[in-house]
Design a protein around this ligand. Structure first.
Ligand SMILES: [Ca+2]
Ligand SMILES: [Ca+2]
Length: 80
């Protein structure tokens, strides 16, 4: 039972309350998220798990320039 509760809590922390585009999970979509996405696309670093899921805005199973564009738009909308 304790293990089940732990799994549920981890799931909630990873997948709930965080917006798509908030790759680093700091509850903001900003330049840091853009940088993480850009580095993944350029293969400087790789996104995994929940980070990959939040970066894949259009949910096509890839993180590419389309997702980067969406994150850029979300970042600009957040500043207005
Ligand atoms: Ca963020
Ligand atoms: Ca995508």
């Amino acid at each position: 039972m304790k293990r089940f509760i732990t799994i549920i809590l981890i799931f909630l922390l990873l997948f709930c309350g965080l917006k798509d585009g908030d790759i680093n999970g700091d509850y903001r979509i900003n330049e840091h998220d853009l940088e993480l996405c850009r580095e993944h696309i350029l293969r400087i670093s790789h996104l995994h798990g929940a980070e990959f899921w939040r970066a894949d805005i259009n949910k096509d199973g890839k993180v590419d320039s389309t997702d980067l564009t969406y994150i850029l738009i979300l970042n600009k909308e957040g500043k207005q």
